[in-house]
Design a protein around this ligand. Structure first.
Ligand SMILES: [Zn+2]
Length: 423
């Protein structure tokens, strides 16, 4: 029997690194980093480059109606494919690794497998999802949400960017309004390789993180209306100070998280007061709150605290409203997939650690429709969404080789011990 070690080729590390650099040049900013918001001309140039590399890897390129790009390497059975991927859109002044590492490694995996195509039972598909970051179009994870029917395709296509254009218009403009159904290549299993974007692996000097869960979040915008009035003449007892009310509620929510860990973290990241003047009691306060947790019930408790706080303010004569800006349930990845990744890494001599993801990823959407898992590699000092984002080449190569070996098992390459019986 062929062992995994004999069967597993390694990915082309030099080419992966040079392509990461080349892709990272698209959208480069004079003040550092690159900005490649979804469906802009920069995104188009990045997509064109990725498509050309998929062609070079002898993959069949397909584009679906939400602009997700697929590179397909056909296996010789009709079973649904093994899918690997991530995204190539970015935040403002981003690093070069977030998302791109997963997509470009996926292409290397296809390239490594193309030479043994006749041994491949299941197809392998690389995907680059549309608008993962959600900076230009809300919500984030748009391409994967459409694939799993979290957002209907028709609704997604009419979402408007801040500058007024729709997803459909922009897809047509950049030439990525494909004709494939977003449900045309649904996978049997999904893997995503990503930089950690946090400090844990780097600090503990562990090369591989096996992600068990993604933190959920609940984002709110809260508006409190009181009465603007003279700061000198209005007695303290006769005020409807919207600013004070907002600060007290915000403090209560954040302290609840700090003291009772419900939710795991809570952040009031934006607060505006109107009229925002030194000598006027604020008449209106608007603030945001970002709750995150691995437990959905903890998120729900935090949401009830908001509701309760606003009811108290209403009773005290304020007019309040709360708008949910975004909500993701926490997600647990498939235990059998986690185990397969862990076992494969151990056989390759790689140390691993189980961990959770504080950031959102397309994999959390795919987890709704198929067994899914994620591999993390270290982010130096945990820095991400920043031009200084960096991962050592050796760490990139280790993660990529693990992905390749895991895909070889999942795609049921002839002669490789089967790792898929539980998946
Ligand atoms: Zn990402």
């Amino acid at each position: 029997m062929t062992t995994l070690e004999e069967a597993a080729p390694t990915i082309n590390q030099a080419r992966l690194l040079s392509r990461l650099t080349e892709l990272g040049r698209i959208g480069e900013q004079v003040n550092g980093g690159r900005t490649r918001l979804a469906l802009t001309m920069e995104d188009k140039r990045a997509r064109d480059l990725v498509v050309s590399w998929l062609d070079q890897a002898n993959a069949k390129v397909r584009i679906d109606r939400i602009g997700n790009i697929y590179g397909v390497l056909d296996g010789h059975q009709t079973a649904s494919p093994v899918m690997i991927g991530s995204h190539i859109d970015s935040v403002v002044r981003a690093g070069a690794y977030d998302g791109c590492y997963g997509v470009l490694t996926g292409i290397e995996v296809l390239d490594a497998l193309a030479r043994r195509r006749e041994q491949l039972r299941r197809s392998v598909v690389v995907v680059a999802f549309t608008n993962e970051e959600g900076v230009r179009f809300a919500p984030d994870l748009l391409g994967s949400r459409v694939m799993v029917k979290d957002v209907a395709l028709d609704e997604a296509l009419v979402i408007r960017a801040r500058d007024g254009v729709t997803v459909a218009e922009e897809l047509r403009r950049i030439g990525y309004a494909g004709d494939l159904s977003p449900f045309g290549l649904l996978p049997s299993v999904y893997l995503e390789l990503h930089i950690e974007q946090g400090p844990v692996l780097d600090a503990e000097e562990i090369p591989i993180g096996i992600v068990e869960a993604v933190q959920g979040h609940s984002w709110w915008r809260i508006i409190i209306d009181g009465t603007a009035n003279h700061a000198g003449t209005t007695p303290m007892a006769m005020r409807h100070d919207a600013g004070l009310a907002a600060m007290m509620l915000a403090t209560r929510l954040v302290h609840h998280s700090r003291d009772q860990h419900i939710p795991n973290v809570a952040t009031v990241g934006a607060l505006t007061l109107e009229p925002n003047a030194i000598n006027v009691v604020p008449g209106r306060a608007i603030f945001t709150v970002d709750f995150r947790d691995y437990r959905d019930d903890a998120l729900r408790t935090a949401e009830r605290l908001v509701e309760h706080g606003l009811r108290e303010l209403d009773a005290a004569g304020f007019i309040t409203s709360a708008q949910c800006l975004s909500r993701h349930r926490p997600v647990s990845f498939n235990p059998a997939v986690c185990k397969l990744l862990e076992t494969t890494a151990a056989e390759m001599g790689l140390r691993t650690r189980r961990m959770n993801s504080g950031a959102s990823h397309d994999a959390q959407m795919l987890a709704r429709i198929c067994p899914s898992g994620m591999i993390f590699v270290p982010s130096e000092k945990g820095i991400s969404h920043n031009p200084k984002e960096y991962t050592q080449p050796d760490d990139l190569a280790r993660g990529a080789d693990l992905l390749l070996s895991a895909v070889i098992r999942l795609a049921d390459v002839t002669g490789v011990p089967d790792g898929t019986s539980d998946i």
